[in-house]
Write a protein that binds this ligand. Structure first.
Ligand SMILES: [Zn+2]
Length: 80
């Protein structure tokens, strides 16, 4: 088992979340996410943003919105 590293995980994160990476790569990234809280946060933010943006029917999320989502996630995590 080799950790694919943050750079690769984050580079492929969007495709991973859309299930567009091949199975081998998918398990590499999943394994990294399981072991890396930083990338778990990134993945969580990305999925939440996708959700929010889909609901808002916008193509891209403004930086401001990203920060808001991130702050909310941090607050949620802090309560656990
Ligand atoms: Zn990482």
């Amino acid at each position: 088992m080799t950790d694919c590293g943050c750079d690769k995980a984050r580079k492929d994160l969007e495709e991973y979340l859309r299930n567009e990476v091949c199975k081998t790569q998918h398990s590499d990234i999943k394994e990294h996410l399981d072991n890396c809280p930083g990338c778990q946060d990134e993945a969580l933010v990305a999925t939440t943003l996708t959700d929010v943006v889909a609901r808002a029917c916008k193509e891209t999320a403004p930086e401001e919105l990203r920060d808001q989502v991130l702050a909310r996630l941090r607050a949620v995590q802090a309560t656990h």
